[in-house]
Design a protein around this ligand. Sequence first.
Ligand SMILES: Nc1ncnc2c1ncn2[C@@H]1O[C@H](COP(=O)(O)OP(=O)(O)OP(=O)(O)O)[C@@H](O)[C@H]1O
Ligand SMILES: [Mg+2]
Length: 538
Amino acid sequence: MNILKGIFRGFRLKLKKRRTPEGRVEEAVEEREPPRLTMRTRTFLSGRGHLLASYPLYEPWAYAFIVEDPKTGKIVYNVEEVSMNETELETYKEIIDYITWELEPPEEITDAREYLMKYARKAIRLFQIRLGRTPGLSWAKISYYVERDLLGYGPLDPIFRDPNVEDISCNGVGIPVYVWHRRYESLPTNIVFNSEKELDEYILKLAHMAGKHISVAYPILDAILPGGHRVAATFRKEVSTKGSTFTIRKFRADPITIIDLIDYRTISPEIAAYFWLIMDYKITTLILGVTGAGKTSTLNALANLLRPTYKIVTIEDTPELRLPQENWVQLVSRPSYLATGGIGEITLFHLVKVSLRYRPDVIIVGEVRGEEAYVLFQAIATGHSGMTTLHAESIDAAVKRLTSPPMNIPPSYIPLINVAMVIKRVIRTDETGRPRPARRITNIWEIEDYEKYREIARWDPIRDTFNLKLNDSIVLKKISDLTGKSIEGLIEEIARRKAILEWLAANRIRSYREVATYVQKYYVNSRAVLREIGVGEL
Ligand SMILES: Nc1ncnc2c1ncn2[C@@H]1O[C@H](COP(=O)(O)OP(=O)(O)OP(=O)(O)O)[C@@H](O)[C@H]1O
Ligand SMILES: [Mg+2]
């Protein structure tokens, strides 16, 4: 009887051996619950609220509506997706079940996603033939959901597609998923995980997508998702009292460039030109800021200005940096194979050490935290150039961290850093008087000696302007000593580069590739670029 049922219900059933209370072993059929990835409980606020913004996330399937409740002033991020009718939902479930149970392993795995997608398309076609013409059934809609849940990020997939969202986080069951929106900061969404099972399954899905493991035995996850997004998660109540949690830092497909930093007013064109000059001469630079301040983005934008002839080695825990230079080696640390750490682990420390063998002109470490800092400083002391970021709010705090355990940099090494800057999240008010988050490079110092820092630029929060003073710049003096060029000549060079950056910004030439093209063109033939932008000799 059970077996017959099994034939009828097909792939949902599993044959299992079971021991009876009397000790006999008998075969039994167990019905397995197919995975449920769709989440259908949504409340939508726009009817009652004031619509601040709306835009497509994936046309014509998903849209974002940012709505303010006029009474409380609370802003909510609503994801609206086309919804499936009952027939579509049933068919969708059948297709997902079919794929889940019938998927055959490929003979040779080349691209697992591609394989799954092909299989899903085949399954949809099969159902299409089987069901024939069914009124009120949109196959395109069903395909959207199948793709979203099998290959995409399920219910959060539309948010992953929003370039305005920087972070996505979930603090537990029954609490809205929060996003960090570029214009509105932290916003609750209308997406809620309603049961522990739903949330646990979603976290398992994230872990699988990242090719990693999370379980009660090893309840933390720190991994990279397809597309480069960084995920951190905890599983069940092992280490997080309210149950599973996760947070995702989205990777930008389109990196922030120096022109974007000018456009966002994070930096002034003149300061950007100063950095372009110091990148040209491989001046060792340190970027400071708190979590999420924009350190890595700034580091990347600046490293993009390095001369294409330099040999660059980057060393990171997660591969975030993207450089256009061809002479670039990207090294990424590797966690241990064992949950308890240790064996097989390759740390930043190992990588900085090995990077010296590559004879790099510039070593870029994504962020220094531990003993790798010491090796990096030794590398700088022996004539390499270095760039890195550090979690600190000011130069004094940074030096204190650098000179204390576990970094233990001797104070005499501190002047090896030539330039340090701090980037901060600040609040500005927009045209409508609304507070808006913004980022500003608030201070830049040139390092003369241990505890002797010369502030060469500072952001004025009242006027939202930057003051740059280069008259007694130590770095320009250093470049002048090295090259024989006069300080006045270098200041003129900064003015020329400032004109180029302003021209690029004014002409909205901002993408990573476009900016790289102009920067490289300028290194090869500066006159031609100046002629092109109509500046001539400055
Ligand atoms: N100048 C900027 N203007 C607007 N958005 C920015 C700026 N810099 C960075 N961001 C955005 O802020 C987020 C965090 O940036 P980033 O990863 O560079 O910060 P971080 O300081 O390195 O963070 P962490 O401490 O986590 O390493 C990213 O989503 C990025 O796109
Ligand atoms: Mg970072």
